[in-house]
Design a protein around this ligand. Structure first.
Ligand code: PXL
Length: 283
């Protein structure tokens, strides 16, 4: 293996709207990491607030792509999954973890399926139980609070939250299987929003906050997750990677807010890529 790290990114392609693979590829690449992609579905846009989108399910292609990769003996430093195109894909991807994982591979699962207390309407009611199974096999998971409570079969409550609640949630997530947990959408007051990280081995919890910006911007979970995984694969700690990912995401939201862009069109992460690369390099 040469010195360059390699990630397999498994997400959909939303052709317009800056989320999933259209943000994962540039963000991971700018961090100097080679990115191989498995598209789970192709949509004309993401499904958040936009109607009439096209949807091509690629469930039948995923296994074939991996079979070909296996014939090439490829090794991955991380496998990073996000939006899945069908319920069936959960079991297919679970098997792919077994097949593509080798010593030192970090399996990172973003259980993209819900926000603001609600499961995305395109997913069936049993989707959270399926995602939980995938998270159980991961090394790193990065749910938002809605996804966390759905997987734990708990009631959703709106923030601000107490420290006891967040740390209890992190511990319960830590018992599911993955040792590294990053919980997004954490707030202890109305002014700040951020993420909490928890390492179930060291029992260490840390927080990264930034001023809350009004509006719900699409694709920010993928911007965050991509920066987090890119930082981790570059050898940065869970705590530092979470700080970098929060800073990069909030900077992207702030630029978009200042420009007055339609919140459905994703965030301007592009203008922050150079700084992200420098921050990751500095460590
Ligand atoms: O950013 C998450 C995401 C990814 N892909 C598609 C989506 C969403 C969120 O709504 O609809 C297709």
């Amino acid at each position: 293996m040469n010195g360059q790290k390699r990630i397999a990114a498994i997400h959909d392609i939303s052709c317009f709207g800056r989320c999933s693979l259209t943000v994962a590829l540039p963000i991971i690449s700018v961090a100097g990491v080679e990115t191989a992609a498995i598209p789970t579905a192709v949509l004309s846009t993401h499904t958040g607030g936009l109607t009439g989108f096209t949807y091509r399910d690629l469930t039948d292609d995923i296994r074939k792509i991996v079979d070909h990769w296996m014939s090439l003996n490829l090794r991955f430093d991380a496998i990073y999954t996000g939006f899945l195109g069908s319920f069936e894909q959960i079991d297919i991807i679970s098997k792919i973890f077994d097949d593509l994982r080798s010593e030192g591979t970090m399996v990172a699962v973003d259980p993209v399926m819900a926000d603001n207390g609600k499961l995305y309407t395109i997913f069936p009611k049993d989707f959270p139980a399926g995602m939980r199974r995938l998270c159980e096999k991961a090394d790193l998971i990065m749910p938002n609070i809605t996804e966390a409570v759905l997987m734990l079969n708990e009631e959703y409550t709106e923030g601000p939250y107490t420290k006891e609640y967040i740390e209890g949630l992190l511990k319960r997530l830590g018992k599911m299987g993955a040792k590294k947990i990053v919980l997004t959408g954490v707030s202890f007051n109305n002014k700040e929003l951020g993420a909490a990280s928890y390492d179930a081995d060291t029992k260490r919890t840390s927080y990264a906050f930034a001023d809350r910006i009004p509006g719900y911007y699409h694709g920010t979970g993928d911007v965050f997750g991509s920066a987090l995984v890119a930082s981790m694969v570059n050898g940065l700690s869970l705590e530092r990677s979470t700080q970098i990912a929060v800073r990069f995401t909030v900077g992207s939201i702030m630029r978009t807010y200042n420009a007055g862009t339609d919140i459905r069109f994703g965030v301007n992460f592009e203008a922050g890529l150079k700084e992200l690369a420098e921050e990751i390099k500095k460590g």
